[in-house]
Design a binder for this molecule. Structure first.
Ligand code: ZN
Length: 249
C-alpha cells in the first residue's frame, strides 16, 4: 500500500497540480487530504474539483469557515473566507457542479481512523482547530494528553510546518531525518506540511508518501509567481498572502 497524504492546499491550484503530477508519476494506491482545501488562495473552485476525486478528505477550519460563520480568524483570513464563499456561490454556468462542491464540503468528516492510523486536520484532541507546533515539545503536558488519545500514528496538518513528533517529546523536521522515517515504529504524530502555503521557510509544496516500510516528506517546486499574480489581482485577498508564498513563511 502506497499512499500520498496532502494537506492545506488553500486554493493554490498551481501547487496542487504540481503535487498531483508528482503523485501520479510515482503510482500511488490512494491520496488522502487532511483539509483546508480553500481559504487564502485564488482558486477555491478548481481545487475542490480536483480534491473531490481523491480517496478521502478531512474537514479543515477554513473549509468549515467557508461553509458556516467563520470564527477565530484574523481579519485578512476572514476576508479571504468571505471572498471564497462568494466564489462558491457565484453562478458559473454549471449549477450541478456548484451543488456538488457544497455537498462535498458539507459532508467532510473531522476524523478518519484506519487500522493504526488516525487522520485529522488539527490534532486528535481537537480535530478541527488545535495547533500542534514544534515549540510544543516544551509543553510536555499538552503533548502527553494528545498522545494519550493516539492509537499509534496520527497524521495532521493545520500549522503548515512538516515534521514528526515522538511520544518522548521530540520533534524532527524533515531535514533532520533526511526526509524519511522508518515504519513500523512507536507512537507518533506526523505533520504532513502544506501543499499551498508552506511555513517552514521552504516555498516548495510539501506532502507525505506513506508505505508499510516508511514515510517520506516530499517537496515539489511549482510556479509560485503565477499564484502570486492571481492573488494580487483580487482586492479581497491581502497582498501578504501572495508575498508569504515566495518565502514559505
Ligand atoms: Zn491551513
Amino acid at each position: 500500500m502506497k499512499r500520498a497524504i496532502i494537506s492545506d492546499i488553500h486554493a493554490n491550484l498551481e501547487a496542487l497540480e504540481a503535487v498531483l503530477d508528482d503523485i501520479a508519476a510515482q503510482g500511488m494506491d490512494d491520496v488522502y487530504c487532511l483539509g483546508d482545501i480553500v481559504g487564502y488562495g485564488p482558486n477555491p473552485r478548481e481545487c475542490i474539483d480536483r480534491v473531490m476525486g481523491l480517496g478521502l478528505s478531512i474537514l479543515g477550519n477554513h473549509d468549515q469557515g467557508a461553509l458556516y460563520d467563520p470564527e477565530g480568524f484574523s481579519s485578512g483570513a476572514e476576508r479571504a473566507i468571505f471572498w471564497t464563499r462568494d466564489q462558491l456561490e457565484m453562478d458559473c454556468g454549471d449549477p450541478a457542479q456548484q451543488a456538488k462542491r457544497w455537498e462535498f464540503l458539507s459532508e467532510l468528516p473531522r476524523t478518519h481512523r484506519e487500522g493504526p492510523f488516525t487522520f485529522v486536520h488539527g490534532s486528535v484532541r481537537n480535530p478541527l482547530s488545535e495547533y500542534v507546533f514544534p515549540e510544543d515539545v516544551h509543553n510536555f503536558r499538552k503533548l502527553e494528553r494528545i498522545f494519550a488519545l493516539i492509537d499509534r500514528y496520527a497524521f495532521q496538518g493545520h500549522t503548515h510546518v512538516p515534521g514528526i513528533f515522538t511520544e518522548d517529546g521530540r520533534f524532527f523536521s524533515p531535514d533532520e531525518v533526511a526526509s524519511r522515517y522508518p515504519l513500523p515504529g512507536n507512537k507518533m504524530m506526523v505533520n504532513v506540511g502544506s501543499v499551498g502555503q508552506p511555513r517552514d521557510g521552504d516555498p516548495r509544496a510539501c506532502y507525505v508518501v506513506l508505505t508499510d516500510a516508511q514515510l517520506e516528506f516530499r517537496r515539489v517546486p511549482y510556479p509560485v509567481e503565477k499564484t502570486m499574480t492571481k492573488i494580487h489581482a483580487v482586492p479581497e485577498l491581502d497582498p501578504f498572502l501572495a508575498d508569504r508564498l515566495q518565502e514559505g513563511r
